[in-house]
Design a protein around this ligand. Structure first.
Ligand code: FES
Ligand code: FES
Length: 159
């Protein structure tokens, strides 16, 4: 199949890409748009490092073709902040030390962000279920759960 023009809206900006129809969304974001916060950890839809928001829902971007994401609003970890001010979930991750090597962090942030958009007051169990598709090889799960709980409690406000 020949390459084609695909338009993606990422972090509020339209990008016209000339790509193969089989290009994955994660490839389009990282290799064409050059937003490398989104990580590629497994390519088997297992690790969650590639998670982004598609129309406010957390989606593993290695499980979607870029062409399928046309007409949606995509948010990556770079798009969470607002005019240089960190989003509440980013502040909570920082304060709670909810990262170690950082490889899983952007995917975790996006899954947590998707969870909070869908359910602003999740229980401990719902938070753990919400991030069950994200693997942290440094095993910092408790601090991640605590960060989400603090945002849900309103400890961190929008900038
Ligand atoms: S790279 Fe997509 S789930 Fe691992
Ligand atoms: S912080 Fe290292 S993989 Fe999660």
């Amino acid at each position: 199949m020949a390459k084609q023009i695909v338009t993606l809206n990422v972090n509020g900006q339209d990008y016209e890409l000339f790509i193969h129809p089989k290009t994955l969304l994660v490839e389009a974001i990282r290799d064409y748009i050059r937003l490398t916060g989104t990580k590629r950890g497994c390519d088997t839809v297992s690790c969650g490092a590639c998670t982004v928001l598609v129309d406010d829902a957390a989606v593993k971007s290695c499980s979607v073709l870029a062409v399928q994401a046309q007409g949606t609003k995509i948010i990556t970890s770079e798009g969470l902040e607002d005019e240089g001010k960190l989003a509440p979930i980013q502040k909570a991750f920082l304060d709670e030390g909810a990262y170690q090597c950082g490889f899983c962090t952007s995917g975790m942030l996006m899954s947590c962000s998707g969870l909070l958009r869908e359910n602003p007051n999740p229980t401990d169990r719902q938070i753990r279920e919400g991030i069950e598709g994200n693997i942290c090889r440094c095993t910092g799960y408790n601090s991640i759960v605590r960060a989400v709980e603090l945002v849900a409690k309103g400890t961190y406000k929008e900038a």
